[in-house]
Write a protein that binds this ligand. Sequence first.
Ligand SMILES: C[S@@+](CC[C@H](N)C(=O)[O-])C[C@H]1O[C@@H](n2cnc3c(N)ncnc32)[C@H](O)[C@@H]1O
Length: 268
Amino acid sequence: MDAPMNNTVQAVHDYWNTHTLGFQYVTDSSIEPDSPEFFAHIRPWMNPYKFPWIMERIEREAELLQGKHLLEIGCGMGYDSLEFLKRGVQVTATDLTPNAVKMTIRHFEIEGVEAEAVHTANALALPYDDNTFDAVWANGVLHATGDTERAISEARRVLKPGGRAIISHFYRKPSWMYVLNRLGRENIEYKEEDPPVNEFYTEKEILDMFNGYEVIEAVQDHYRALPVRRDGLKAGLYKYGFRPVYNLVPEPAAKQLAYKYSITAVKV
Ligand SMILES: C[S@@+](CC[C@H](N)C(=O)[O-])C[C@H]1O[C@@H](n2cnc3c(N)ncnc32)[C@H](O)[C@@H]1O
């Protein structure tokens, strides 16, 4: 089903297949990785729960998508897709890596929800016909593929005319995560090693990639610094220096430094 991978995609695959997002939040190694306790243990650290605005976005989109078909690209352990499934959306959950797909299948089984499909798929060569889905959701994924523009164009291809793409990217200057990562040389995903690709984009760069879409919402989000389960000097500076100060900054000002840029766009 999947197209052959070039070197970058292979490297991205090899990283994420051994670093599925979520394992870095485990603090109790006695918990079995495919048990109900495991998914509950890391849940507070996963997208819709740690970022309330993502849950609000899921609720907003799910209302428009009752009984309709959503494709999630880069589902990780399936937390975002799960929330769509609970709200009556027909979901196809995909990821580049077999291990993420395995975890998502187990997660849905434990939660008692049924997706239309859960399988591997490469965002750069999606295995679907044109005009298949009513919506595409990709949260923190396309900037990690090595060819964001192509991935956005692939999402458009598989959307029906009028279908909605909801896509979040890492945001460049002056986002605090960009400064921490590029100047502070602190890894974002796993303390020991980051993925081979993690692009940060300016607003203009992001908007320019949405060819053939009408952008209906563009917001800078992730404007709070969350707790981290990390130790060491930099983690200490973050926990006891940056984080409490930044989180006191009033929301409108804090948003100016937020590190995600989230687009909702309609295929025209
Ligand atoms: C930062 S994680 C985000 C996972 C999930 N969206 C979440 O927020 O929990 C990035 C995910 O993108 C996936 N990914 C990277 N390149 C991809 C590609 N070319 N096609 C599909 N998924 C890809 C990775 O396997 C990984 O699961």
